[in-house]
Structure formats: C-alpha cells, structure tokens
Design a protein around this ligand. Sequence first.
Ligand code: TRP
Length: 450
Amino acid sequence: MSIKKHDHAQWSSSFGFVLAAVGSAVGLGNIWKFPYMVGESGGAVFVLTYLVCIALIGFPILVAEWLIGRRGQKNPINSFADVAISENKSSAWGIVGGVGILAGFIVLSFYSVIGGWALNYITKVGTGSFVGQDSDAIGTTFDAMLAAPGTLTLWHTVFMVLTALIVGVGVTGGIEKAAKVLMPLLGLILVFILGYNVLNGGFAEAVSYLFTPDFGKLNGDVLLAALGHSFFTLSLGMGIMVAYGSYLGREVNLLKTARTVCILDTVVALAAGLAIFPIIFNHGLDPASGPGLIFVSLPIAFGDMTAGTLIGTLFFLLITFAALTSSISLLEPSVEFLEERTSMNRTMSTIVASSVIWLLGVAALLSFNLWSEFTIMGNGIFDILDKVTSKFLLPLAGLAAILFVGWQLSQDSVRRELGLSDGAWSLWQIVAKFIAPVGVLIVFISSLMS
Ligand code: TRP
C-alpha cells in the first residue's frame, strides 16, 4: 500500500486506497480549521455552502484528479502533460501539477505550526494543566503559547521532523496501516465528547447554530471561504490525489470511492463542530475567535469530565496522528519533485524540502507574536499563506483539473472509465462541464465584488 515510485506498484486493494485518501483528507482541516471557519463565517450558512461545494464541486474534482492520475501513471506534472499530449492537447497542462506542488509546499508550512500546537497540547493536557480550570484560565494558557515564539518554534520543529522522518525513510505505508486503527479511535473519542455535550448543555444551541442558516449572512467572502475549505479538506488542487490516482487499479470504481471519501471527511468535520460548539455556547466563548477555537474550548471539557486527562491526552495524540497522515501527503510531492529533477537522493531531497518549508513555517508562527505588526491588507504572514493557497491556488488548480476532464479529454473514454449508464452520464456531464467550473468562477467573481 506504500507509494513506491519506481516499480509503480498498484494499491493492493481499493480499501488500501480509500485508507490513504482518507488519511490525507481527514486532518487538521476537519478538526481545527472547519470549526473556526464556521465560527468566523456566520455558522450554518457556511456549513450549508460548504456541503454544497463538497457535493457539486469537490466530489467531481476528486474524481477528475484520480482519473488523470490513473491515466497518466506518473507524478502530477507528468500525468497532466502526458495525458494532454495523448489527446493532442498542449503539454502546458503540466503547469497545473506544478502549481499544485507549490501549493502543498506552502500549506505544509503553516499546517506544521498547528500540528505543533496539537503536540504541545498533548503535554499540557497530559500533565493535568487544565483540571478544574475555568475558561478564562484556559484562554490565557493558549494566548501565552501564541506569545512565545520559542515554544511555537520548538513544537513546529518536532512536527516537521516527524513528517520528514516518515517521508524520508519511506514508511508512509506503515503509517497508513496504523491509521486503520487510530482513525476510528479518534472517531470514538469525538462521539464520547458529543455524549458529554449532550449531558452538559449547549447541544441544542450548537445544532441550531450549525444547521439553521441565516441567509442574510451569505456573501462572497462566505462563499469563497466555503469553497476554499472544501478544496483544503479533500486535499484537492495539490496534485496529491493525482499522484494517488496513479497507483489506482483499473477495477476501482472512482465515483463510489470518491463518495466514500467525501462522506467520511464531512462526517468527521461535522462531528468536530458538534464536539466544540456546545462548549463554546455553554461557557459564553466567542465562536468567531479564530484559529485557537478548539484549543480554548475542548480543554474546558477535558478539565471537567471524569478521566478527562486521559481522554484529552488521547484526543490530542490522535489529532496529531491524523495531522501526520495529512502532512506526509503534503510533503511527498515536493520531495518526489526534487528527487526526480535534481541529482539529490531521497534523503537529501527530504532534508532540503522540509528545511525550506520549516523556515516558512517559522515566519508564519512569528506573525502571532514578534512580527504581528507586519501585515498586508490586514493579514499577517500566517493568514496570507493560508489564504493564498485555500482561496486561490487550490481552487484554481482544481478548476483546471475539472476543465481538463470535462472539456479536453475524449468524452467517450471518460464515460467508459466511469462506467456510467445514460442518465448518470448526462448528470456527470452537466456537473463536470458546467456546474463545477461555473461554480468556482461564480465564487471567485462574487468574492471580488464583496
Ligand atoms: N486535507 C487535509 C486536512 O484537511 C490537509 C491536506 C492534506 C491538504 N493534503 C492536502 C490540503 C493537499 C490541501 C491540499 O487536514
């Protein structure tokens, strides 16, 4: 199940493939980013647009990226280029793969900073720091971490080294096997926290906050945030799904597999929302407080519940693990690129790529403290890295992938590959040719105007 590049092995089973794809998709995006974006973007109206984006845009683009990879049988740049050439189209399509590699590089720089927060919280919860503490004290602990560049750098470094070790030594397959046990365990803990919330109040309020939209709050910014997040959470637009697709056997049904990945990813995000918002409302916290949201809310519950230290420690351990199965998928393309295009071997490529990414991450974490004054149009470095990728590079590369499959490939071959009957094929064509690409464009335009 590991991604070996030379003999171009195929996934031993579609289950192994689903596991790797879910491992990449489910991560900090679901548990850390989704809840705070909901809070910043008006609650249910964001949730609803995000669900629509997953179904009508993310899902077909996931299928498109796998299809390109399975046909191209190469890394993202060469898969795009080769498939284009085989259909007498321009090899310039390879640029899309290149944009993706760059995007993954940038995403990992700030992703690793947050992975570091999770690591730091394993030690904080594990040593009982939050037992019996009120929400003010827990907020102060978080602010103190943000204000300490040394602490942030330390944990960011640990996270980056872990990622680099896994990728450099080439044990990503082993990690994915461990995911088989650990990811369901994370699901179990989320369910446990949900149970705690049902008993401790705020649950009904959270459900209505997440699922009763106030359409008055809908605007271009909310649309773009929801669209960008649907790309981020499904690991789209970076070529990683193209790369995974290149290891995919002919017999695997792309549509069914994509449906499974989309559903699992969405369920985890919604469960995280239901784990966090009841605590927010119960303790009068601000849902719009930003990236610290899970770090100021969940510890309240862990500090209060029976066996909270154990459960909380396990929770942050498992989030870190989920983050690692995503971060390895973010690092792999850069490493592979260097390995193929330069004279460096895998170890050197890993060291070089992760060092540069690490450095960019340090710049990102300094924007929470020493460099907080440095902003461009009101955004610090961390926000810039996040926004440039989520709201720009990923959707653009994803748009290119769906345009490529919808308009450049011979449609007969696509139909055969997807194995669709007449009705389903018409539906696919409407979505792939029009709804998904036009959807992305509408969101881009409306956000420029708002
Ligand atoms: N999807 C992951 C998450 O939700 C993050 C991630 C992994 C990602 N690979 C990616 C995001 C590629 C964008 C592109 O945590």
